[in-house]
Design a protein around this ligand. Structure first.
Ligand SMILES: [Zn+2]
Length: 120
């Protein structure tokens, strides 16, 4: 599994399938993206956006109250918070690289030194 919030035209932002696409309107509705009917029915969120959101909002412990009922697609299953927390821990290095490339070196350093701050 890789960390990416890349939007692929014509593919579901959650599972990357091409079937039954509609406009995504989940927790990250500012994303201009498509979602398939299956992922929409599962209320699944795009993994890259979920992991980045958790990272910039202080990590899993700080986010459980808000994101505790979120669902991601971890093939072949739709899974909840405990799996999200596990994937976050596995992917933290990739998340930090993404933060560094998107938000800058100083911001990434703050995460690495254990001083994340909420940005919204
Ligand atoms: Zn999908």
């Amino acid at each position: 599994m890789s960390v990416s919030n890349e939007v692929l035209p014509g593919k579901c932002i959650v599972c990357f399938s091409r079937g039954n696409l509609r406009r995504y309107a989940g927790h990250f509705r500012w994303l201009t993206a498509s979602i398939c009917s299956t992922c929409e029915a599962e209320y699944a969120e795009p993994l890259g956006a979920v992991l980045l959101w958790i990272a910039v909002n202080g990590g899993p412990d700080a986010c459980a109250d808000v994101a505790g009922d979120w669902v991601i697609y971890n093939p072949p299953d739709y899974v909840g918070w405990e799996a999200i927390r596990r994937v976050y821990t596995q992917e933290i290095d990739g998340i930090l690289s993404l933060i560094e490339s998107e938000l800058g070196h100083e911001y990434a350093q703050a995460f690495r030194s254990g001083r994340p701050s909420r940005i919204n």
